[in-house]
Design a protein around this ligand. Structure first.
Ligand code: AP5
Length: 209
């Protein structure tokens, strides 16, 4: 399965991609996670990307396309993948189309006010990338990762003013991909409100057809 997950910031792409990765047996490739690792390690790419990410803007296409192409060439992606957060512009979608065919693009959609709550309550594990929400998807022990025991942190771009900027960036630059994939017969829509497991069931249903 070669799958793209679309959706605004906080719709639950990462949460569902992790479950789908287990279910389908293909890797989850999150461009946000890869970029955050570059920032944490202070690589050249990380230094170039950080200011864009902190401002809620997109990292330039040429950098992200080259980074994702490298990742898709790794052997674990040969039999399929779930792309979480890529493509985010028409130029990225066209670069991806040259690289590989897709089976489907699933769009997770949700009301803007719900997106703000999800982002501002998010806690993440800096070690294993697990994602929690302090009210709606809390770890067993407050502030501690269930999976690896690390101390959870708040993402630098989850402050409310940056979340609003990320939603605005999404509307302007990424939402046009909904039509792009609909026109190519690849789009499936999933309403992303409700319990995480309910949304997973809805997503598995659309994968059948
Ligand atoms: P990225 O990391 O991709 O961020 P995003 O798209 O803004 O998406 P999020 O990770 O914020 O949300 P999500 O939809 O994955 O939701 P999640 O599952 O975490 O990108 C960050 C930045 O990197 C970008 O702003 C940009 O600068 C750069 N970048 C990345 N890719 C790029 C690209 N291709 N081109 C250019 N720049 C790029 O869930 C959110 C919260 O809600 C969590 O707390 C979770 O526990 C909770 N939650 C999830 N589902 C539910 C539910 N059903 N009920 C209650 N709570 C839920």
């Amino acid at each position: 399965m070669r799958l793209v997950l679309l959706g605004p910031p906080g719709a639950g792409k990462g949460t569902q991609a992790a479950k789908l990765s287990n279910y389908l047996g293909v890797p989850r490739i999150s461009t946000g996670d890869i970029l955050r690792k570059h920032v944490a390690e202070g690589t050249d790419l990380g230094k170039k990307a950080q200011a864009y990410m902190d401002a809620g803007k997109l990292v330039p296409d040429d950098l992200v396309i080259a980074m994702t192409e490298r990742r898709l060439r790794e052997s674990d992606a040969r039999n399929g993948f779930i792309l979480d957060g890529f493509p985010r512009t028409i130029a990225q979608a066209e670069a991806l189309a040259k690289l590989t065919p897709l089976d489907m693009a699933v769009n997770l959609f949700l009301e803007p006010e719900e997106l703000i709550k999800r982002n501002t309550g998010r806690r993440v594990c800096p070690k294993c990338d697990a994602v929690y929400h302090m009210l709606m998807n809390a770890p067993k022990k407050a502030g501690v990762c269930d999976r690896c025991g690390s101390t959870l942190t708040i993402r630098a771009d989850d402050r409310e003013e940056v979340v609003r900027a990320r939603i605005e960036t999404y509307e302007r630059q990424t939402a046009p991909l909904i039509k792009y994939y609909r026109d190519r017969g690849l789009l499936r829509e999933v309403y992303a409100s409700g319990l995480i497991d309910e949304i997973f069931l809805r997503t598995k249903e659309v994968l059948k057809g």
